[in-house]
Design a protein around this ligand. Structure first.
Ligand SMILES: Nc1nc2c(ncn2[C@@H]2O[C@H](COP(=O)(O)OP(=O)(O)OP(=O)(O)O)[C@@H](O)[C@H]2O)c(=O)[nH]1
Ligand SMILES: [Mg+2]
Length: 358
């Protein structure tokens, strides 16, 4: 069943792709088998993250961008992580309508994924969804997330290139700064450059990027050096000339203005990653982070599952009687549960069949 699905998926079959993504979205048990079997076929796609405050024009930008990529003849997948927040939930319909112009194009695949689900599950579900799209043969995956919370910031960092979109007229503060997004930007887009206040927002962005770091201006583009989050934390090695300086670009997404230039900037960033082993470093860092998160989640889940209700209640009783102190109660409970978890892990030979925290 899964073998058939995987085969179809690798052949580029769209219904199979949709089914696999649904399994991932629903945290279906078989998602794991799918990922295991496609894993060797992944690692080829370039992932470009587009994030920013609600309404900054991310979807409009993506829509225009898809036209540019398609004009070059490359297939492209768009993965939109829908926030469950009621503020932006309504935008999904708008996106559907907007994206309809790509409906007849087999080279464009659009999918939105709900961000509800288990704690810490969003980044992992997104990782898996990216792998499925990658295995299905898309050379470019555009990942749209609303940059409102830590989990969205985590998701934005799954991209090789992270674009932070800002717009004027969203209040006094620059939203990307408020949300802590600027630190993870490889490219900053000031969209809605046609709107009043654009010049001022541009100045604020430039100032923020320049804060605590050197700054150079050329051709109206402000550069910035320093620590730029996940993509930029690679140690500079001797003989390694390339250091990426996140540029700011202005766009009017609704008119398609600046989108071509943005694509060229993204291509130079991809090139930058490919020289001097940045991509190899990036990949290892991503995998280490994923392994850490999955390990923590699995451990916690198993631990909760094995947390014996009786043993727990017993400790509560003893605490109430005053025959034990809370520290000893925790120690004993921990040892008891730990033993159970380890025992069951060997019995299951690594396959978790428990119901988790449900
Ligand atoms: N004036 C102007 N309006 C724009 C521009 N780009 C997008 N818009 C408008 O801004 C509104 C929000 O655009 P979206 O593309 O849905 O924004 P988004 O960032 O995807 O929004 P969420 O997904 O809800 O976070 C729409 O009404 C767009 O038409 C632009 O360059 N200039
Ligand atoms: Mg959107």
């Amino acid at each position: 069943m899964v073998a058939q699905l995987t085969r179809s998926l690798l052949e580029g079959d769209r219904p199979a792709l949709a089914r696999a993504l649904t399994r991932i979205e629903n945290h279906d048990e078989r998602a794991r088998e799918i990922i295991a079997s496609i894993f060797p076929a992944t690692g080829n796609a370039r992932i470009i993250g587009i994030t920013g405050a609600p309404g900054t024009g991310k979807s409009t930008l993506v829509n225009e961008w898809v036209k540019v990529i398609r004009a070059e003849g490359e297939p492209v997948a768009i993965l939109a992580i829908d926030p469950s927040s009621p503020i932006t939930g309504g935008a999904i319909m708008g996106d559907r309508v907007r994206m309809q112009e790509h409906a007849g194009d087999a080279g464009v695949y659009i999918r939105s994924m709900a961000s509800r689900g288990k704690l810490g599950g969003l980044a992992n579900a997104t990782r898996d969804a990216i792998r499925v799209l990658d295995a299905a043969g898309f050379p470019y995956i555009l990942l749209e997330t609303v940059g409102t919370g830590q989990s969205e910031v985590d998701v934005a960092q799954l991209a090789h290139t992270t674009i932070v979109v800002e717009a004027p007229g969203l209040g006094d503060e620059v939203q990307a700064i408020k949300a802590g997004l600027l630190e993870i930007a490889d490219i900053v887009v000031l969209n809605k450059a046609d709107r009043p206040g654009a010049a001022q927002t541009l100045r604020s962005l430039q100032q923020m990027l320049a804060l605590g770091s050197s700054r150079m201006e050329a051709d109206g583009i402000t550069h910035h050096t320093g620590d730029h989050g996940v993509n930029m934390t690679a140690e500079k090695k001797p003989g390694d000339a390339a250091v990426w300086i996140p540029p700011i670009i202005q766009t009017v997404a609704r008119e398609g203005d600046g989108v071509e230039e943005l694509w060229q900037l993204v291509k130079s960033h991809i090139e930058y990653l490919q020289v001097a082993n940045h991509m190899v470093d990036w990949n290892r860092r991503q995998l280490a982070q994923e392994l850490k998160e999955r390990l923590e989640n699995q451990w916690l889940e198993r631990f909760r599952w094995h947390m014996n209700g009786q043993a727990f209640q017993q400790q509560v009783d003893r605490l109430a009687e005053g025959s034990i102190d809370p520290f000893t109660a925790v120690d004993e409970l921990l040892n008891h549960t730990l033993a159970e978890v380890l025992e069951s892990s060997t019995a299951l030979t690594g396959t978790h069949k428990g119901g988790g925290a449900r």
